[in-house]
Design a protein. Structure first.
Length: 236
């Protein structure tokens, strides 16, 4: 091969390499790759929290985005919230020679077994075991305030009207009122194993475990006590 042809071949190889480098420089990271990472991260977080049948819906990224093709594996940023269900946001970062960060938004729902009411319950009613059933329903928010154990429902009183088939929250229920304001009550007091009982009057309504004011029937003295499950008030 003559020097001319050798030089020509070298120029062609160099040009091809330059064109390839230029093409890489112009290449963009597929938006689907970024969305897939966000979907995987959101799914894994929900499963780790104990949810089953997780469904993740990722909002499409703006097609005008043109992040450079990353020459390093894409990484998900640590979550800045403990929320795993409902609206979520996942950060995806490229730490390559042309770094970038894109936040992907989505919605996470899950189906799980939780106790629900079989029929609507009016305000003030006491919920019995017959009113509760376990059903698989769609959950759109974390369990932070949702009741997942029927033990926490049975025997409680509805603070307001409750619909059948809906998840119940602790804020919707309360212990039944055992003592009404103005009611005659038995006051219990004692030291060193000696228990004294006397009659009194409740100055406030209360459920089991509530601390209320009462008045001693004989002396009229105001005292503070804790409502017992049997309706007595233990003076502290």
């Amino acid at each position: 091969m003559t020097v001319f042809w050798r030089f020509s071949a070298f120029c062609l190889v160099a040009a091809a390499a330059l064109n390839h480098a230029a093409a890489l420089a112009r290449a963009n990271q597929p938006l689907e790759d970024i969305m897939d990472i966000a979907r995987d991260v959101a799914t894994t977080a929900a499963i780790a929290r104990g949810y089953d049948d997780v469904m993740v819906s990722i909002r499409p990224l703006d097609s005008r985005l043109a992040p450079a093709l990353c020459n390093e594996p894409l990484q998900a940023l640590p979550a800045n919230s403990t929320r795993t269900l409902g609206a979520v946001s996942v950060g995806v970062r490229c730490n390559g020679t042309k770094p970038w960060t894109i936040y992907v938004r989505g919605t996470v729902n899950a189906y799980t077994d939780i106790p629900v009411l079989t029929e609507s319950v009016p305000r003030g009613d006491i919920i019995s075991a017959a009113d509760v059933a376990i059903e698989k329903i769609e959950i759109r928010s974390d369990f932070d305030h949702i009741i997942v154990d029927q033990v926490d429902i049975i025997g409680k009183q509805a603070k307001r009207a409750l619909r059948a088939g809906q998840p119940l929250r602790f804020s919707q229920l309360m212990h039944p009122i055992l003592i009404e304001r103005g009611q005659e009550v038995t006051l219990v007091s004692g030291l060193a194993g000696v228990q004294v009982r006397m009659q009194g009057k409740a100055l406030a309504s209360g459920a089991a475990g509530d601390r209320i004011l009462v008045a001693n029937e004989r002396s009229g003295r105001r005292l503070e006590g804790i409502v017992g499950r049997d309706g007595t008030v233990t003076i502290r």
